[in-house]
Design a binder for this molecule. Structure first.
Ligand code: ZN
Length: 593
């Protein structure tokens, strides 16, 4: 039976470019998982978008002397370009700056308020009389009250690393005009996490047996050590979603409160774009649907604690407000397989110091599958990993090119040359032929099981192991000698090897789809394994936003063993991957830092 699977992917802040650490942390795992689930015949929607609001964007706009809207557009468009080139098949990659998202976020807010999970409290905050406005924490600088550093930011000190209480800064000044702010009282809405704690703890306990230990530690573990308390969910800021309450003009929803709501609003927007406006319910109010959240470890509390709290608290009331779906609670996360961090040549990735490999820049010199391969085999699933240029070149050459690419190329080229471009007729297969076919076909179970459990590294490692087995079979049978004395034996070997690479192509397809599609066509198939990405423009009252979409179209791939027909006409084969020169490591290092 086909399952409904929601792949909810972290929303990149639209204030900087995306680097390989971001890609391996959240975006690539979601695509691998979704491609596998599509091949397995399930109904998947993979959704995300640009996080357009909040002070990270306004600060960048001020620094660049432009508007928040322009900053958001610039980075949003670069994300679309990167994700398209990298083959990340979002059913919808949209943005939080849409009329739909405003409406859904405000509806969740009102549902929480109606259900008694919001309260109002006074807070102290810096106010700039010169500008007649409250200053968000990032807009205040001063002396750190812990280490004495004179250029500490309101939210964090860059020297001692401490998270700061902005109101305690010594000698505060406004980042905008240098004026001296004063403390004033301001009112904010708070999410009553204390009241939601029993529901959140229940939710986490039900998932304790299968979640990654680090995710459990940072959610249930933290709550048991230190009970939840209310959290402000509004801000004195004009770039964002207005608080939908009379008398609250000039304040907006805190970016963290509303960005997570994007998982829901994007599904609703997707259904509208598909022309099936009620279809989102199959993922969001269907108790059988499974929702997976692909995020980095820095976002665990927001996805494993606060977002489930928002969903549970909004509950049926939300459905009532938004679509008249009384009696149907919203689907809580099934799994939050958060990744750890990837470092860069032994140091933390730092965008400001250019100590990073940027996605678009990398793809201007290398193929997407080379990146996808390295970021998967080196994925920080259970501990931090390290990007190392020599390791990248070695794995590309020894594993991708030598183990998998050469196997496929040797078989394709030999078959094409000696059987007039057709899949040979083998007659009865020998025990050793049947044995390697069975070994590789068992991969649909073993690789699939790892993929189901979001153990992507192990899944790719298993596919690679099977390719190595197939190499051993081919070396032992040596069809290039067989053909000289016994053409029939050689045709059994080559037919077997073609069947095997045809199956391996599917096992590798979620990870390195571009090369699998190539191989698929070399083997003579005419319909692609996967559908296609495309970019669309959506217009609403807030303006227009470009979105990345995916349509299944004539996709024909299935997570099942090859049934390669004998006699099928093949295409002239070419290489699947490029070997890299050893000098690459030194050249690339020179670009960084
Ligand atoms: Zn400090």
């Amino acid at each position: 039976m086909s399952k409904n699977i929601l792949a909810a992917v972290a929303w990149p802040y639209s204030n900087s470019q995306i680097h390989v650490g971001n890609i391996t942390g959240a975006y690539l795992p979601a695509d691998i998982f979704s491609r596998y689930q599509r091949l397995a015949g399930n109904r998947v929607i993979m959704v995300s978008g640009s996080d357009a609001h909040g002070t990270p964007v306004t600060v960048r706009a001020d620094a660049e002397g432009t508007t928040s809207l322009q900053v958001y557009y610039k980075y949003h468009n670069s994300f679309l370009e990167l994700f398209e080139k990298l083959g990340l098949c979002y059913d919808l990659f949209t943005s939080t700056h849409t009329q739909n998202h405003f409406k859904v976020s405000q509806s969740i807010f009102l549902a929480l308020q109606h259900n008694g999970y919001l309260y109002v409290e006074q807070q102290k905050q810096w106010y700039a009389p010169s500008q007649e406005r409250f200053l968000p924490d990032r807009y205040v600088e001063g002396t750190c009250y812990i280490c004495g550093y004179t250029n500490a930011r309101g939210d964090q000190c860059d020297r001692c690393g401490s998270l700061l209480d902005a109101t305690q800064l010594i000698d505060p000044r406004s980042k905008i005009d240098g004026s001296t702010p004063e403390i004033r009282e301001t009112e904010h809405f708070f999410l009553d996490l204390g009241k939601l704690q029993p529901a959140i703890v229940d939710f986490l306990r039900q998932r304790e047996s299968y979640w990654r230990p680090n995710v459990m530690r940072q959610s249930l573990g933290q709550i048991l050590a230190d009970a939840l308390h209310g959290r402000a969910i509004t801000r004195d800021l004009d770039w964002g979603i207005p608080v939908p309450v009379e008398g609250w003009q000039g304040k907006c929803l805190y970016v963290w409160f509303e960005a997570v709501i994007g998982y829901l609003s994007a599904a609703i927007e997707w259904a509208q774009l598909e022309g099936q406006p009620g279809d989102w319910e199959n993922w969001w109010t269907n108790p059988e649907a499974k929702a997976y959240y692909f995020i980095g470890k820095d976002n665990i509390p927001f996805h494993a604690v606060i977002w489930p709290g928002e969903l549970a608290g909004a509950g049926e009331e939300f459905a009532g407000i938004f679509a008249g779906l009384e009696g149907k609670p919203l689907v809580l996360p099934y799994d939050v397989p958060a990744n750890e961090f990837m470092n860069m040549e032994g140091q933390k990735i730092s965008g400001s110091r250019n100590w990073a490999v940027w996605g678009l820049d990398f793809l201007s010199r290398y193929d997407p599958d080379a990146l996808r391969y390295y970021l998967t085999i080196n994925m920080p699933e259970s501990k931090d990993t390290d990007w190392d240029w020599e390791d990248f070149v070695r794995r590309n050459n020894d594993e991708l090119v030598a183990t998998w690419g050469n196997l496929a190329n040797r078989v394709l080229a030999f078959a094409y040359r000696n059987w007039e471009g057709r899949v040979p007729e083998p007659g009865d297969l020998r025990p050793e032929d049947l044995a390697i076919i069975a070994t590789v076909e068992a991969g649909f179970g073993s690789v699939g099981e790892h993929l189901e459990g979001v153990r992507l590294r192990a899944a790719l490692g298993e596919a690679l192991r099977l390719a190595a087995e197939a190499n051993r079979y081919l070396d032992k049978a040596a069809p290039w000698f067989e053909i000289k004395s016994d053409r029939e034996a050689a045709s059994k070997t080559i037919y077997t090897a073609l069947r095997v690479i045809d199956s391996l192509k599917v096992l590798f397809a979620p990870f390195i789809p571009f090369s699998s599609e190539k191989l698929h066509f070399y083997l003579g198939y005419t319909q692609p394994l996967f559908g296609e990405q495309y970019i669309d423009t959506v217009v609403d009252d807030l303006g227009e936003h470009r979105v990345l979409r995916y349509r299944a179209g004539s996709a024909s791939g299935h997570w099942e063993p090859s049934r390669l027909p004998t006699g099928q006409i093949m295409q002239p084969p070419g290489p699947l991957f490029k070997k890299l020169e050893p000098t690459v490591a030194a050249e690339e290092r020179a670009r960084m830092g």
